[in-house]
Design a protein around this ligand. Sequence first.
Ligand code: PGA
Length: 249
Amino acid sequence: MRKIILAGNWKMNKTPAEAEALLKELRAALPQTAHTVAVFPPYLALERAVQQGEGLLVGAQNCHYEASGAFTGEVSLPMLGEIGIRAVLIGHSERRQYFGETDETVNKKTKAALAAGITPFVCIGETLAERQAGGYLALLADQLKAALEGVSAEQARAVVVAYEPVWAIGTGVTAGPAEAEEVCAMLRRTLADLYDRDTAEVIPLLYGGSMNAKNAAELLSMPDIDGGLIGGASLKAADFSEIVKAASR
Ligand code: PGA
């Protein structure tokens, strides 16, 4: 059985005090669940989230792949690990689009996170132009393979993959369940080719892109969608809780 993961990507939202308030609301609103519920607050709120996010998996939204050194403005995995961070988003499309993240740095960060014992949530996705041009399945398979280059089957079992079509992020346009499943099933086959079926079967594949309380149940009912990476709707405790509830049904 694969883990089901509902993860909130807060992006550049919430000051530390606001984060504390949201965590409090979440603690009150979230249902009891056997699933993994994760939050990815901004760096400055991480320590509080670890302290106050009882039962939550707390992750960072980015990291550097070197452990230390002359990389002004960056945060390393050992720094994150020391304050209790157990997961990290890698290669979110906003980082690829605005901050020069490439398949190569995604791969380096993924390997560094695995070495540090921090779960990499590797994000991949196609733009609208790439989807319209066709060939997006091959492109997404290539993104996944590039991210996992040099990662062994044993290590890959600790990876989480998030499929986030760029055209669906923050746009209110969600991939339909069949569209999202088409990609996730292909990603599962790609993982089976890269490694083996057993390994592919245990790697959680999340969908992200305008997931909300209304569309979550249908998306999460698809056989190869094992959870969600939720942006906007994760900033409201009631909405995020509804999504977690939808996954528990
Ligand atoms: P969204 O963001 O839910 O606001 O579309 C998802 C994400 O970027 O992870």
